[in-house]
Write a protein that binds this ligand. Structure first.
Ligand SMILES: [Zn+2]
Ligand SMILES: [Zn+2]
Length: 321
């Protein structure tokens, strides 16, 4: 297949789909282990090594900062943004939190059960909702770096939530494209992308009445998958469950396909005035190939696996369970 220049319909990012690149030696990076000195501040029993918790899922009888919890949200000790100075020109301000996803060191998201992942999805959305209404915050984002190739520096499974006093460029680009599409067609771009994926079914990996998991038409990353709830606005508990089942299904397939695969998860929050109408997209961005010169210097992503091929591999991999 001849390499093809594509455009991510949501962000407008340009992508070269180049299947021939998959055949070159070292096309896919092997997982790199994260150094682990055993001094992990996220383990149960070491709650005094983090700042006091913001929220947690814990038993009704336990108290804040006790060791009896399953998910714990704490301020990031090394924040990317300042917590004060909102009014100072050029200051990057906001909030930066860590979502500790399990009390057990070494337990991975892909190893959790459906109830555990449903709880996590609920926490992701709750943090987005809470942070986005804080004074001075323009946009909130939940993201997860899993594996050294995806930017993780700690073994203990965690995600991060950030609130910013500005609109991140990709989120801004996506909002403008969604708004333009709505103006031009009167329809929701995300609904239409999900509809197109369902129409042929070739890019769909997991589907239900509550939402759909599919490979986007111009994925920046090999095996990139989007999880889209059926309805607009912050999801219901039922939709959390559907998102969790879809995410687990695809993560387990990816793990069988590429054991130890590094990945990022990204869940962008809406502009505050669009909270009720926003169509959320949870993006899984596997990091099997490096970000190299063309990506850094030209803003052009090269993906060696076309989305139809990815979806087929992920579907087949799930049947091997
Ligand atoms: Zn730990
Ligand atoms: Zn929609």
């Amino acid at each position: 297949m001849v390499p093809r220049l594509m455009r991510d319909p949501l962000t407008g990012a340009r992508v070269i789909l180049a299947p021939g690149r998959a055949a070159r030696p070292g096309a896919f990076s092997a997982p790199v282990p994260i150094p682990d000195d055993g001094e992990c501040p996220f383990c149960a029993g070491r709650e005094n090594q983090t700042p006091p918790e913001i929220s947690a899922i814990r038993s009704k009888t336990s108290r804040a900062n006790d060791s009896d919890w399953t998910v714990r949200v704490v301020p990031n000790r090394f924040p990317a943004v300042a917590s004060s100075g909102m009014g100072i020109a050029g200051a990057a301000c906001g909030v930066h939190e860590v979502i500790i996803e399990t009390p057990r060191h070494g337990q991975r998201l892909v190893d959790l059960d459906a109830d555990g992942v449903t709880d996590l999805i609920g926490v992701y959305f709750q943090r987005l909702r809470d942070i986005s209404i804080m004074p001075g915050i323009s946009r909130a984002l939940v993201f997860k770096n899993c594996g050294a190739n995806a930017g993780a520096s700690l073994v203990h499974e965690h995600a991060q939530a950030i609130g910013l006093n500005m609109v991140p460029p990709l989120m801004g680009a996506e909002e403008r494209r969604r708004a333009r599409y709505q103006l031009k067609t009167g329809r929701c771009l995300v609904c239409d992308l999900m509809g197109r994926a369902r129409q042929s079914g070739r890019r769909v990996i997991f589907d239900s009445s509550q939402g759909c998991a599919f490979c986007p038409p111009a994925p920046r990353f090999a095996h990139e998958t989007w999880f889209v709830p059926q309805d607009h606005g912050y999801p219901s508990a039922t939709a959390y469950r559907a998102l969790a089942l879809g995410l687990l299904h695809v993560l387990r397939s990816l793990e069988r396909l590429v054991p130890g695969a590094a990945y990022n998860l990204v869940l962008a929050g809406p502009a505050p005035c669009e909270a009720e109408t926003h169509h959320f997209v949870l993006k899984l961005l596997p990091r099997l190939t490096g970000i190299a010169g063309l990506e850094c210097g030209g803003g052009l992503h090269v993906n060696p696996v076309p989305p139809v091929h990815s979806a087929r591999l992920l579907r087949e991999s799930s049947q091997q369970a």
